[in-house]
Design a protein around this ligand. Structure first.
Ligand SMILES: Cc1ncc(C[n+]2csc(CCOP(=O)(O)OP(=O)(O)O)c2C)c(N)n1
Ligand code: SF4
Ligand SMILES: [Mg+2]
Length: 303
């Protein structure tokens, strides 16, 4: 099993790449990831960012919150732009790390064809999808990763009817150099997975569950607790896939012991977006979680 976060608050660099003050809502999971993620990525980076809360949070020159060079592109072309920027850097003999950083709407739905092409070509870029499970920047519209039964401004009163897309699994089916799932509630795990991604050539994909207080209907002080609850109940799992081999990351490893499984109901109760779920739907969710973890237990017991 792998990645235990090795960076701690004691040895995390004190260098900051984000100016104090930005336009994110208070309690935004993305702003935590952005600040800590940039510490891992360092200065030798160019970011490619499609329309999203990240564009708004980074801000515009001369009052930008970010100190990094950023290219804002169109929704559909994030991975294609990143491909072009990387090729230009290579042509100039520069090792500049190109980082595409997009939301779930910009990745699971609108940008998926450009991402699939870049994955097939195994472009030498890092692609980060911060998944707040809806189109938040434009007022909480449902996306491909909105959970079934979740409420948004464009779902029926009974919640989203469809299943959510398992985006990291779709990406992993392309066999890229590196796939990792992360959570805004474990920013140092994200930090260390980025450190690892920087050392690998080819396409590195990090999928990060990112609590969003206004979109999820929760208190802004609950961001970290909600992300942890999603992992504790086994709904969202942290893992890495390197050369086709999957390993669970530390916060999820403990669930291989069935007695350590947390409560799904506890996770759902923390957010108003799940208030339309029926008892049958919750039981079906629990059944899916149990099946997934039974399969993990068989897979990892055999190793
Ligand atoms: C082609 C196109 N359609 C719609 C928009 C409007 N728009 C801007 S940001 C956004 C939401 C993006 O959602 P997501 O990628 O999940 O990022 P988040 O806002 O959740 O951070 C939308 C629909 C746009 N800019 N371009
Ligand atoms: S809407 Fe959500 S993701 Fe966007 S800035 Fe606010 S908290 Fe962050
Ligand atoms: Mg989103």
């Amino acid at each position: 099993m792998s990645v235990t976060a090795k960076t701690s608050v004691v040895n995390l660099t004190t260098e900051e790449f984000v100016h104090p003050g930005n336009r994110a809502c208070s309690g935004c999971g993305l702003s935590i990831l952005y600040r800590i993620g940039l510490k891992a990525l360092g200065r030798n980076c160019i970011f490619v960012v499609p329309p999203s809360c990240l564009t708004v949070m980074q801000g515009l020159y001369p009052i930008a919150a970010s100190q990094m060079p950023i290219l804002n592109g169109t929704f559909a072309s994030t991975a294609a732009i990143a491909t072009g920027v990387r090729a230009a850097m290579k042509r100039r003999g520069k090792k500049t790390q190109v980082v595409a950083w997009a939301g779930d709407g910009g990745t699971a739905d609108i940008g998926i064809q450009a991402l699939s092409g870049a994955l097939e070509r195994n472009e030498d870029i890092i692609y980060i999808c911060y998944d707040n499970e809806a189109y938040m920047n434009t007022g909480v519209q449902r996306s491909g990763t909105t959970p079934q039964g979740g409420l948004t401004t464009t779902t029926p009163y009974s919640g989203k009817k469809e299943n959510s897309k398992n985006l990291p699994a779709i990406v992993a089916a392309h066999n890229p150099a590196y796939v990792a799932t992360c959570s805004a509630s474990y920013p140092l795990d994200f930090h260390d997975k980025l450190l690892k991604a920087k050392e690998i050539s080819g396409l590195k994909y990090l999928h990060v569950q990112t609590p969003c207080p206004p979109g999820w209907g929760c208190d802004e002080r609950m961001t970290i607790k909600i992300g942890k609850a999603a992992i504790d109940c086994g709904l969202f799992d942290l893992y890495e896939i390197e050369e086709g081999v999957k390993t669970l990351s530390e916060p999820s490893q403990k669930l291989l012991n069935k007695d350590k499984m947390g409560s799904l109901q506890n996770y759902l109760d923390m957010q108003t977006r799940f208030k339309a779920l029926t008892a049958e739907q919750i039981a079906a969710m629990q059944e899916r979680i149990d099946k997934k973890w039974d399969a993990y237990r068989r897979e990892f017991a055999a190793q």
